[in-house]
Design a protein around this ligand. Sequence first.
Ligand code: COA
Ligand code: AMP
Length: 631
Amino acid sequence: MSKIYDAVYQQSLDDPDGFWREAARGISWSKTPSTVLDESNAPVYRWFSDGELNTCFNALDRHVRAGRGELTALIYDSAMTGEQRRYSYAELTELTARCAGAIRDLGVRKGDRVLIYMPMIAEAVVAMLACARIGAVHSVVFGGFAANELAKRIDDATPRLVIAASCGIEPSRVVQYQPLLEEALAISTHEVSKVLMVQRDAWPAPMREGRDHDWASLVPSAPMADCVSVAATDPLYILYTSGTTGQPKGVVRDNGGHAVALHWSMKHIYDVGEGEVFWAASDVGWVVGHSYIVYAPLFAGATTLMYEGKPVGTPDAGAFWRIIEQYNVKVLFTAPTAFRAIKKEDPKGDLLLKYATDSLSALFLAGERTDPDTLHWAQQKLGVPVVDHWWQTETGWAICANCLGVEELPVKDGSPTKPTPGWNLCVLDDEGNSLPAGQLGSLAVKLPLPPGAFPTLWNAPDRFIESYLSAFPGYYNTGDAGIIDEEGYAFVLSRTDDIINVAGHRLSTGGMEEVLADHPDVAECAVLGIADAMKGEVPLGLVVLSSGVTRDHAEIVKELVQSVRDRIGPVAAFKLAAVVERLPKTRSGKILRATIRKLANGEPVAVPATIDDPAILSEIQQVLDTVLGRS
Ligand code: COA
Ligand code: AMP
């Protein structure tokens, strides 16, 4: 039944060298690599270590040189401002070369870091590609993060330049980015001497003389910079993601493996090629945005679509269908939460009937497990394959997917199908033994990881080994738990750490606990993710107050909510918190977060054998019922 997939998958594991050498032919190299897999520093593996290339050349210039300059590279559609624009490959190449010239003139050199703090505007794509063009390393920070989070990233990446926009536009408000940047620069210890600012009409920002430069006056007239050849193993970007503490992890992506893997994925996973329209409805601040708004579709010579807006409310739940019709979208990639939002507003799919969406051949979902209800609704309403695929910031592309360009496999509810070629996925017990089919354990990938996966963490090679490679020597620990069934289908069931997924956004409850613990009235706290019909999960905080605190609890809760918003950002969606007398703990003092989560979700709770005092569970249940509006 899955003969073609089986053969391709097996070949990728039996002969990774041959498999990826063949895939590397899809990329234009300035120096063709003779080595494919470099095992000399195992367990840290590198791909194409003696190859050289330029990522921007592969995304843009080579298509122009091949006579495809008139094809559309990028479509920009903002439901927030009404702007709609197409950029051909030739136009995008020129604009990027000028931006690269401008940032080079501002002092950026190969290997320098450039921090990009921008909303969903075309200039963000140009800025990323311009960095790649001159061998600079970009680090994009999502706009929904607070100044404090931005400052952490500035201090870790130590950028020579920040490229920002004056503001982002959310349905409810204009988010002024520049003051957040200003605050972050004031908090951070690293000095940034140059800022390149895109001024948006919705809120033009004040500029600081000498430091700030206006994109519109600098970029269009800047000299064009050529592509600089870099080593395949040189970093292309750093993307920070949540770890188990408040200190984010700087996931590093290299140039060579990334280009090879993403180019391969466009044809074999998504079945999209030259001239076809691919739309990842995500944000450039997330890995999905990096891989599938910016790089992969352009490597493939396809048309990528960048949408500033929401699935609902901009103006209605027909927004996605409007875009599919207007631009002949072949493949849409988004998070299940977006479909849950659409389904909630338009359960019967009436708005879908207003648009011709027959260009669509598949819907891909990721960011969280696709629940069967959402899967069935999307399958039924769209009448195309709906592919749940599983991946992480660290992996850069899908670990498991239904590879439509290899062979479409039957779908199983709740499963992202089977491991993607290159990913030797296993289920391990706590001692690292392989578990038989159907048994729950840690999902781990036998090393080496395929090209495109992260080779290290920025400034933290030891943390890389410790966080990912040490639990199960010889394997990458994904941090997800699940099973693989008798037919080889994977099921990703939960995280094994304290990371939660809020509307497809990855957040650390540990990071939120650090914020709550800093409140002067809080003695101890626990934050956990509880089920939410729309966002999948939302955080809930329980705090115990220091003795002697007599202030109004509602006031304290309000301050806690505000401080998570101020210090982590609105994207954390931290709105639920309550004061409790004490927290349930084991006799050794460990907070029983999983038990609290079950109580909050209304799941059956077996009283843990190690619990300090079982009577506490009914106290906690009462508080949860109140805060969740159940009493
Ligand atoms: N800049 C500033 N603020 C931002 C932001 C940005 N780029 N993106 C989101 N925010 C803010 C929102 O305004 C909101 O603030 P609020 O609390 O004042 O309302 C908060 O962060 C949470 O935003 P969001 O997660 O978008 O929730 P929402 O309730 O506004 O919308 C959905 C819900 C389901 C419509 C929305 O989450 C969505 O479209 N999700 C798709 C997920 C996605 O693309 N995931 C990427 C992985 S594929
Ligand atoms: P991020 O690094 O933000 O992409 O988040 C990665 C995490 O999101 C994974 O480790 C999973 O916990 C979760 N995730 C992403 N895609 C899926 C999926 N298709 N099914 C289940 N979980 C997913």
